[in-house]
Ligand binder design. Structure first.
Ligand SMILES: [Zn+2]
Length: 103
């Protein structure tokens, strides 16, 4: 009697992982400890959102944003290319790249 039982692989739960391609770029460096440390230090040194500061509003920065996007070829670790943003400012930057000049 062969002891081997046939392995039946149920693939019913296998979903195609294909999602429609978004143009959003995700830098792997965000997952590194190095980034977290650098980010934390940067936010300690730049505690206010730069976008809000332009409007004379003081909002704590919680996001380190790359002024020139990484996908455009900038050095992700270059702090001169960083800016501290609050969540709404970061979201609006991501949401609409179109600049609306009012005022
Ligand atoms: Zn802001």
């Amino acid at each position: 009697m062969p002891k081997a039982t046939p392995k039946v692989v149920l693939s019913s739960s296998a979903k195609p992982k294909q999602q429609h391609q978004t143009r959003r770029f995700y830098w792997k460096g965000y997952h590194t400890t190095k980034w977290r440390k650098r980010r934390k230090t940067y936010l300690e040194q730049h505690p206010s959102c730069v976008k809000c500061a332009e409007k004379d509003i003081e909002t704590p920065a919680v996001v380190v944003d790359h002024i020139i996007p990484i996908q455009d070829g900038c050095d992700p670790w270059d702090e001169t290319n960083w800016q501290g943003l609050c969540v709404p400012c970061d979201a609006s930057k991501r949401g609409k790249t179109k600049r609306n000049n009012k005022g």
